[in-house]
Design a protein. Structure first.
Length: 213
């Protein structure tokens, strides 16, 4: 393992994001930042028969007013949970391991959450359990723009605008079988669910293989 790392909480974060849970110790998750649009905090990318699509959690008005991330509320007037789960089933229903994991994830998609942070954190815990990864995780106690020398600040490094070609010398995405690889070719660094549903128990191996020391 390497030094400690500080990251934001993502919605079903990328493969790159989850590789950090293997490489670094401990993991600090930022809970005192202000919400930032154009990030993976409420969005993820999955592969479908029609190409790569985003799944975005709708947020209530006021999300751009420099609100603390822990106060950001989900707009549950939208039928987003049903739509997201339906999209995941359509995209990965034929993947080798979807049936193995689907019941656990469906429970969370059937539970209504008020706060974005809480939903994403519960999903993250389930993902790590499914990957059989038990990292040391701590939530930040205060917000700091600058960090200590022994803490890698990885906040806002993996973004929708650069996720496929992120400049990260410690990460090189390992190739694994994907559902629509015959149509799309291999698509790197999608949501961790793409890797989990396609590779199952071997997902952690692919994460380890993706880490460049």
């Amino acid at each position: 393992m390497s030094s400690a790392i500080l990251m934001e909480v993502q919605y079903l974060g990328t493969v790159q994001y989850y590789s950090k849970f293997l490489k670094h110790h401990p993991i600090y998750l930022e809970q005192h930042e202000n919400y930032r649009k154009g990030s993976f905090r409420n969005r993820c990318y999955i592969a479908t028969a029609n190409g790569i699509i985003p799944l975005s959690i709708p947020l209530l008005k006021g999300k751009h007013q420099q609100a603390n991330i822990r106060s950001i509320k989900i707009d549950n007037s939208k039928n987003w949970q049903t739509l997201h789960w339906r999209s995941l089933k359509t995209a990965y229903g034929s993947s080798p391991f979807f049936e193995y994991y689907q019941d656990d994830f469906e429970v969370l998609y059937n539970k209504q959450y008020e706060l974005l942070f809480d939903f994403c954190l519960d999903l993250q815990e389930l993902v790590l359990t499914s990957l059989q990864i038990t990292p040391s995780i701590q939530l930040t106690e205060t917000f700091s723009k600058d960090t200590a020398d022994d803490l890698l600040d990885f906040r806002n490094v993996i973004l929708p605008k650069n996720y496929a070609k992120s400049e990260d010398p410690t990460f090189s995405p390992a190739v694994y079988p994907q559902v629509f690889e015959d149509r799309l070719g291999f698509v790197p660094n999608l949501s961790i669910l793409d890797l989990l549903f396609c590779a199952g128990p071997e997902a952690t191996y692919y994460l380890q293989t993706s880490i460049q020391l």
